[in-house]
Design a protein around this ligand. Structure first.
Ligand code: ADP
Ligand code: MG
Length: 471
């Protein structure tokens, strides 16, 4: 049996107005080379200017990942040549990254696990290259976009753990607003490092770069584990190398050896002065971090008695989770709200491809509706009708209930009078009932018919039972 070890390097674009070191727009554009400045092109004599917002968001992320932050942060030059890097170097952080020694909590199959973060550093994205048959095109729109790289410790042991970590990390990016973390737009890209060993010492790792969907990460991990196992079982050795994952054939192929990897000749970027981080700044940023998914899930389970399954659904989107919490704050029963949100609300939003922010039903209105059901004013079946009508017509639940004339009859005497009358009319059916024939439902049906479905069903059944017993 081999022990699998996985370490991830995750690149994620930071959401800012302008690029990391220039004033060009940080935005997607349908037109290539639209958001480009001379700084992004690396023309002679350019001077980079650090983007405060990108830096603040990086610090925020470092703190959200429980990292230690240094007093002084610096940038470094990583020197290499590639067509997508016109300056001939990338500005990154090697000596003093924004965060080191942090962790992210994940839960896999009900068990909590701490994933160590080695460091998180701010750098700049490269241009993008489009390769065609005998030529390539280059688009500098992406060049210089702020990019945060999160490097984990080699501490994950299965693809399931790796995906749980990526989901958790993505959640933190979204909850803090540091990034939109859209894998479909290439905003979040993953380098996967994998090794196998027979004991606790780490085996030789291979690396697969720039995988940009979580499902591909899972497949790449499983494919490479299988390959390494086969090599080792056949008496071979694993070479330290960068490999390419081919998703179509589920194979990995050697690209280049990492043993004699390039020396990037790092040195401190001389054009960006060191940035001092004060305690006040740290405190201010810390106070902006909302409660994150992992803690919210535990709170929902422990304080509100929800299942892990429901809690995980509720926290997936922060806006939904905030909506839920506002309902709880208003004083509505957490389990009832959870049921409503996870079924009717999310069902409606999914069906209509809407965001909870577009929902005309406010937390207060939803609580009103839930109250009416809990207090037997309307049946749960009727409440679904009210819910739909509220959304369709943009109206408050109590108004819809009035308009539909839905208020339930919960008055004992009113129902009892009807039941008594019905039983008087059909003594033959009471007799049948005694003989074991089911005529009970007939009476329930008649009560509903007379009240046009407004009689409270539970109360109706109780009263029919009682009145039949008396005869
Ligand atoms: P590089 O710059 O060559 O990618 P790093 O030191 O930045 O090297 O490490 C990259 C990643 O490799 C980290 O996420 C780390 O956890 C992972 N890693 C290091 N050694 C191993 C190993 N033996 N098995 C699996 N992952 C490893
Ligand atoms: Mg690497």
């Amino acid at each position: 049996m081999y022990k699998v070890t996985i370490g991830l390097e995750v690149h994620c674009e930071v959401k800012t107005n302008s690029k990391n070191f220039s004033s060009a727009k940080n935005a997607y554009s349908e037109y290539p080379n639209e958001n480009v400045s001379v700084v992004d092109l690396g023309l002679p004599g350019i001077l980079p200017v650090a983007n405060k917002e990108a830096f603040r968001k990086s610090l925020l992320m470092a703190l959200a990942l429980n990292c230690k932050t240094p007093d002084i942060v610096m940038f470094d030059r990583k020197n290499y040549y590639y067509p997508d890097l016109p300056k001939g170097y990338q500005i990154t952080q090697e000596t003093k990254p924004v965060g080191v020694n942090g962790y992210v909590m994940i839960n896999v199959d009900g068990e909590d696990k701490k994933i160590g973060i080695n460091n998180i550093h701010l750098e700049e994205d490269t241009a993008s290259l489009d390769h065609f048959k005998d030529y390539s095109l280059i688009d500098y729109n992406r060049a210089g976009v702020p990019l945060l790289e999160t490097v984990t410790e080699p501490c994950m042991h299965s693809s399931t753990e790796a995906i749980a970590f990526l989901e958790a990390l993505k959640g933190i990016f979204l909850y803090t607003g540091v990034s939109e973390a859209r894998t479909d737009k290439g905003q979040m890209r993953v380098d996967v490092n994998i090794s196998l060993s027979k004991d606790d010492t780490l085996g030789t790792r291979t690396e697969m770069k720039n995988i940009n969907s979580f499902n591909s990460v899972r497949l790449a991990i499983e494919t490479e584990i299988k390959r390494q196992k086969e090599v080792l079982e056949n008496g071979g050795v694993i070479l330290q190398e960068t490999r390419r994952f081919d998703e179509d054939t589920l194979t990995t192929h050697s690209l280049r050896s990492k043993v004699d990897a390039v020396d990037y000749k790092y040195y401190i970027e001389p054009n960006i002065p060191p940035i001092k981080i004060t305690d006040e700044w740290i405190d201010e940023i810390k106070s902006e971090i909302p409660m994150l998914q992992f803690d919210r899930i535990n709170k929902y389970m422990e304080v509100y008695g929800l299942s892990r399954y429901d809690s995980e659904i509720l926290v997936k989107d922060k806006a939904v989770s905030d909506y839920f919490e506002e309902c709880v704050f208003i004083g509505c029963n957490p389990k009832s709200i959870s049921n409503w949100i996870t079924t009717s609300v999310l069902g409606y939003l999914n069906k209509n491809e809407l965001d909870i922010k577009d929902l005309s039903l406010t937390p207060k209105m939803l609580c009103e509706l839930i109250d009416m059901v809990d207090n037997n004013k309307i049946s749960s079946k009727q409440s679904k009708e009210v819910f739909s009508k509220c959304l369709e017509e943009n109206k408050e639940p109590n108004i819809v209930v009035k308009e539909l004339g839905l208020t339930q009859i919960t008055d004992d005497k009113t129902i009892r009078d009807i039941v008594t009358k019905l039983l008087d009319e059909r003594p033959d059916l009471i007799e049948d009932h005694r003989k074991g024939k089911n005529t009970f439902d007939y009476f329930v049906g008649q009560v509903m018919k007379e009240t046009r479905g407004k009689a409270n069903p539970v109360l109706t059944r109780d009263i029919i039972n009682e009145e039949m017993e008396k005869r």
